[in-house]
Design a protein around this ligand. Sequence first.
Ligand SMILES: Nc1ncnc2c1ncn2[C@@H]1O[C@H](COP(=O)(O)OP(=O)(O)O)[C@@H](O)[C@H]1O
Ligand SMILES: N[C@@H](CCC(=O)OP(=O)(O)O)C(=O)O
Length: 408
Amino acid sequence: MTGSELPQATPSSPVAPLTPAPLTPAPLSTEPLTPASLSAARQAVSAAGRIVVKVGSSSLTTAEGGLDRSRLDALVDAVAARCAAGSQVVLVSSGAIAAGLAPLGVTRRPRDLATQQAAASVGQLTLAHAYANSFGRYALTVGQVLLTADDVVRRAHYRNAQRTFSRLLAFGAVPVVNENDTVATEEIRFGDNDRLAALVAHLVGADALFLLSDVDALYDGDPRQPGAQRVTEVAGAADVDGVRAGTVGASGLGTGGMASKLAAARLAASAGIPVLLAGAADAVRALGPADVGTAFAVTGSRLTARRFWLGHAADATGRLTLDDGAVAAVVGRRRSLLAAGITAVDGSFDAGDVVELVDLSGHVVARGVVGFDATELPALIGRSSHDLPAEQRREVVHADDLVPLPSP
Ligand SMILES: Nc1ncnc2c1ncn2[C@@H]1O[C@H](COP(=O)(O)OP(=O)(O)O)[C@@H](O)[C@H]1O
Ligand SMILES: N[C@@H](CCC(=O)OP(=O)(O)O)C(=O)O
């Protein structure tokens, strides 16, 4: 079967009753959609049962800056086709701020948080309404989920969000997610939705993440500059070594540019979720045979919610600097961190908090739950266990509570 033979979703089909569907998505057609000649990562994203699709502001707005309903409808067409093929889809959509500018008479994307929040407050309504109408053409129900960083950073909130998504998907609804811009403060904002999408992909147990933007793929340099080459497959860190990913997009409407997409793609891939980064204009092929854009193969195994939270979501309240031997033991041999390998302690934390472990040049190599208060540690660091009093002769970070991170 080819992409063009994907089961078609038909607008205005009769409204299906809203009965819970099984939690495990139905497997997609046994016939592969993706030609066997394409990479395993493309096969994986194409065959994925539960997926997260993220679309950026720049792909949903007109040249004048308002919400572009025809582009939104085209995206929904592609998502609805994927739903009809048997996938469960969570849509992470930016565009609230952009959609709120014109109704408020604001002509350029504001820099100050209060105006961005006012615009998001107006625009999110427009956006949600547009999605409800557009998915309604396929008798698909949408549910709005607005998340703050706290919802993924705090464990109890994480579990709560997980339950909500799980129930929405069981009902056959399409969750439409955005950051809750109107209440997020500067300190706790995601700002761009790429990282949010990677975190949501893990939270919902997605089998693939799609990052759709106004550029058709990752390039080794800014594609607006002559000579930039397309990167089609990313199997590991070496494939993005020389890539210069800008932090500002062409449209001036998005946030984070390609740099935040690349970081989000690598984050998801390191947690066992393959990623396809493609143009929103190519959504039908991206969500069908996956023969467009840049595919990121998984570089790590799927982490439990707790280890993912530890490694990527939880707020770190301090940092411990490790000598080379400790880095090799902790990252290379997955050992617990002992006081002997620590050269410096920064921050104010209590035993049980999450801290970053950095190497001598300041790169974060791991994160973990610290077993001592910040005030206790300076007297212990650099000393081997048998020199320490019996009550302090224990791991500073236990291997079970420690998550090594991919090198930057
Ligand atoms: N190495 C690169 N590869 C691809 N695009 C890049 C690169 N560096 C910078 N960009 C720019 O990143 C932009 C996408 O980022 P952004 O506008 O934030 O998108 P979105 O609104 O979809 O989140 C593209 O328009 C492109 O011009
Ligand atoms: N939450 C914001 C998203 C910020 C943003 O612009 O993100 P993106 O376009 O994905 O880089 C909004 O809806 O406007």
